[in-house]
Design a protein around this ligand. Structure first.
Ligand code: SIN
Ligand code: MN
Length: 204
């Protein structure tokens, strides 16, 4: 572990360079093991439009979306359970968020090319008092943060490989999204792109 002191952007806590190069490489191997058990796919929205982000998950519950809408599911579409959350991520959560319950869900997002994620709130979890922890690996990404209410002013920052960010307390429900990545800015992800790992307490 390494990195600068945490900073606060619109209530979100950012730990720049929290994971050193060796920790990032180890985590990338953990991600590849997750993908071997639960390959990334592009879920469709309720309106049938595939998301540009490739998604997989680990933990007891995985976030998923289809024509019925989005939700947390206890298994993959084919009935197989999601693979376990890597111990290094559980340890990172415990170190940075010692007051929180352990996470039961890890979304594994893969951004390649023009993939992006529109402004949204994370609010499908049963207990919204519990924080969200997000780990960036690979290419840089332009992360946009707004307020709890829709609309209004937003602020953007570039997230780099090894950066970690938490949404907690008053910032737990702020709007956020990824405008774009900078393809080729890192060679950590095999085949290129950016991986984002989002740890959450999804169940009651
Ligand atoms: C998300 O909000 O689900 C992902 C955010 C990110 O990719 O950094
Ligand atoms: Mn989110």
């Amino acid at each position: 572990m390494s990195g600068a002191d945490p900073l606060t952007v619109r209530g979100a806590t950012v730990w720049p360079g929290c994971l050193d190069a060796a920790s990032q490489a180890a985590l990338m191997r953990d991600v590849q093991a997750i993908w071997a058990a639960a390959p990334p796919r592009h879920p469709v929205t309720r309106w049938g439009r595939p998301l540009s982000v490739g998604m997989s998950a680990a933990g007891a519950l995985g976030w998923t979306s289809d024509r019925r809408g989005y939700r947390y599911a206890p298994a993959q579409d084919d009935g197989r359970p999601w693979p376990p959350i890597p111990p290094a991520l559980l340890a990172l959560w415990a170190r940075l968020l010692p007051q929180a319950r352990p996470p039961d869900s890890c979304l594994v997002n893969l951004y390649r090319g023009a993939a992006r994620m529109g402004l949204h709130q994370d609010r499908d979890e049963a207990d919204l008092t519990q924080p969200v922890l997000s780990v960036s690996l690979g290419d840089e990404a332009l992360f946009r943060l707004g307020g709890v209410a829709r609309g209004g002013r937003t602020e953007s920052l570039w997230l780099r490989s090894g950066d970690v960010l938490a949404l907690s307390g008053d910032a737990r429900l702020i709007h956020h999204g990824i405008d774009r990545i900078r393809p080729g800015s890192s060679d950590l992800v095999p085949g290129g792109g950016r991986v984002n790992l989002t740890l959450r307490v999804a169940g009651a």
